[in-house]
Design a protein around this ligand. Structure first.
Ligand SMILES: N[C@@H](CCC(=O)N[C@@H](CS)C(=O)NCC(=O)O)C(=O)O
Length: 381
């Protein structure tokens, strides 16, 4: 049989389209890949290919097949392999029914908690979603993996991928991958919960995501960043009254108080006062700001206000101006950078400050830079 001419209309960030990539790769089929930009309306030519406008769509010798589950099943049927046995005799049909039920259990009882997790507004909600996900696994999926004990890790104890992994692999990559704390999409407690309560599932999921046919198009960080931008509710960080009270006292202190350092609370809900400083030496402030740490002792972002005193020279006398500094060290996790970036104007406006500096390195807040910004370029050059 001549090789079929296959075109896959896809977007590699889409978990449904990803299923088709896994099937094609595992079956060793050559195909042309056409990327569909999902950030703009579909062009008329693509709506002729797939009137629903979704990816994936498959053209197989000119026949169009849509819906990822149908695409994957079709490829497995058209190219008999370890992915799926033929539909008869009855034993094969039984195996196929069990595999279909396994996939159904995963998508109806487990995956919904993953979707709830990526829409969660707080860590507590994400933890609750992870617990519900694990409960779903324990009740519905773990028992269906009993026959992997002492055998291959894939469905039915297979040591090769099956259609079950083709259909679930892209979601497993997300469920496990996004539980890394830097993504802020799935509770970091998930791996340990699975280890304790659903070891078969964990083994199955880890073997699946480690398989090259499953992970060869996976770009975890890029997909996580997109998911967060799309699904995560906008964080509403509020400025606590104590921030404004401390700021007013600072203003009235006539230079006795030199600075305030503010931080966003660990639960990401409030801006609070982290420190108030009186030392007249600017370097003391700079060191303290740059040494800011999160609750686990890692370098962490902050905001600060500093009372900059300067002399214009030429008999013009002393002036002072309060400058706003946002400090976001360059290795800050993406989620925290985003929260600090989106809260910055809120705090700056609440304090009614115009002069500001954004710094990700100590060299951005040397005294001469601060002086120049505060004096509108008149001092510090
Ligand atoms: N049920 C479909 C779902 C496919 C789907 O939702 N694809 C998304 C990308 S992940 C899409 O094409 N969205 C385009 C849009 O909604 O405009 C399948 O399994 O193929």
């Amino acid at each position: 049989m001549a090789s079929p001419k296959i075109t896959l209309y896809t977007n590699r960030g889409c978990p449904w389209a990803h299923r088709a990539h896994i099937a094609l790769k595992e079956l060793g089929l050559q195909y042309e890949e056409v990327t569909i930009d999902l950030s703009v309306p579909r062009e008329p030519w693509y709506l002729e290919v797939n009137p629903r406008g979704l990816v994936p769509s498959l053209s197989y010798d000119g026949n169009i097949i849509t819906e990822s589950g149908i695409v994957a099943q079709f490829l497995a049927d058209a190219h008999p392999s370890h992915l799926l046995p033929a539909s008869g005799p009855a034993d094969n049909a039984l195996y196929r029914a069990r595999l279909a039920f396994f996939v159904d259990a995963f998508f109806s009882k487990v995956a919904p908690h993953f979707f709830a997790s990526i829409r969660s507004a707080s860590e507590a909600d994400r933890d609750a979603a992870a617990e519900a996900l694990v409960a779903g696994v324990v009740k519905e999926v773990e028992p269906l993996l009993a026959d992997t004990e002492g055998k291959g890790p894939f469905f039915g104890g297979s040591d090769k991928l099956t259609l079950a992994e083709v259909l679930s692999g892209s979601f497993l990559l997300r469920i496990l991958g996004f539980s890394k704390p830097e993504h802020g999409l799935v509770s970091a407690k998930l791996p340990a919960l699975l280890e304790q309560q659903a070891p078969r599932f964990k083994r199955w999921a880890e073997a699946t995501i480690a398989h090259e046919s499953v992970n060869f198009i996976w770009e975890e960080k890029a997909v996580a960043d997109k998911m967060r931008a799309k699904f995560a509710p906008k964080q509403h960080v509020s400025v606590q009254d104590e921030c404004l009270t401390a700021f007013n006292e600072f203003r009235l202190s006539k230079g006795k108080t030199k600075y305030i350092i503010y931080k966003i609370s660990d639960n990401k809900k409030d801006v609070v006062v982290d420190a108030v400083g009186h030392d007249q030496d600017y370097e003391v402030f700079r060191e303290q700001l740059a040494a800011s740490k999160d609750s686990q002792g890692r370098p962490a972002p902050r905001y600060a206000v500093y009372d900059v005193e300067y002399d214009l020279g030429g008999g013009e006398g002393k002036r002072s101006k309060i400058i706003f500094i946002s400090w976001v060290p360059s290795d800050t996790p993406t989620l925290w950078s985003m929260i600090y970036a989106s809260t910055r104007e809120v705090l700056k406006n609440a304090l009614n400050l115009s002069a500001s500096i954004h710094a990700d390195d100590k060299s951005d807040i040397e005294w001469k830079t601060v002086l120049s910004e505060a004096s509108g370029g008149k001092a510090g050059k």
